[in-house]
Design a protein around this ligand. Sequence first.
Ligand code: AMP
Ligand code: ZN
Ligand code: FE
Ligand code: FE
Length: 292
Amino acid sequence: MRIDLHAHSSVSDGTDGPAELVHHARAAGLDVVALTDHDAFDGWPAATRAAAEAGVVVVPGVEISTRLSGAGVHVLAYLPDPGYPPLADELARVRGNRMARLTEMAVLLTKAGLPIDVDDVLAVAGQASSLGRPHVADAMVAKGYVADRSEAFATWLAEGGPAYVPKYAPLTVDAVRLIGDAGGVAVLAHPWGRGSRRVLDADTIRLLAGRGLAGIEVDHEDHDRHARGALREIAAALDLVVTGSSDYHGTGKTGHALGVNTTARGEYERLLDLARRAATTAGREPPRLGVV
Ligand code: AMP
Ligand code: ZN
Ligand code: FE
Ligand code: FE
């Protein structure tokens, strides 16, 4: 059974529509795929409808932008109730700030001699409900300023770069609590990838586990062999679920093909079991898995 628990659609910064993503998952030989757009649930209906058609199980999820000690930390939430008001409201706030920050990035780029405005970004972002730096990068490519997203990040948009603008994000512990209260399960996304490694040491992960964190995304392309080994040990010591995922973004990110990393069946089943228990404890109706 091939299980990939982290993928983005064009609802955020992926390039496949949600249904298209599910069909691509089938073509990549996956049995289960989680749709985890940044800070938005909007792809769930189309993806779960496509599940039966494609013969793939779709796990509804979301990748929440959070902050911890000044660093950005991504938290994956599986099967939260999307209608739980505190979670829905917090994500709406994040998306609102994402939109506002586009203007600030456009101003910085324009002042640096690369004229661009928010409409240029919206024109390339299509139907996306969660807008971010990758869309600014796409607009820069369309204007011929850079060759691809990677160059846009390396030269302009990465943290500390000349057009970098931070965004609003809830504290990591608060997001973990909201996910649990919404009947979902929280997993740290690529904890030792870019940016978050310096704040997510073993002690901090233990603290988050004590506040309801259920798992760690160990097998991810941002982690080398050593990082994976060390994270696996931390997960084992804390009895956390170990996941593996592609973090697929369509053509928006290279090296993240669907199924490039996968999650063991036993770990996936633990995750589903924890989600069932979280929903019961929280008294929430869990969203249905998009089933085959
Ligand atoms: P934002 O959420 O707007 O701050 O943008 C962060 C997103 O940009 C993350 O989802 C990353 O996947 C993506 N990203 C970061 N660096 C790169 C890069 N070098 N090339 C393409 N996408 C990137
Ligand atoms: Zn992304
Ligand atoms: Fe991420
Ligand atoms: Fe991601």
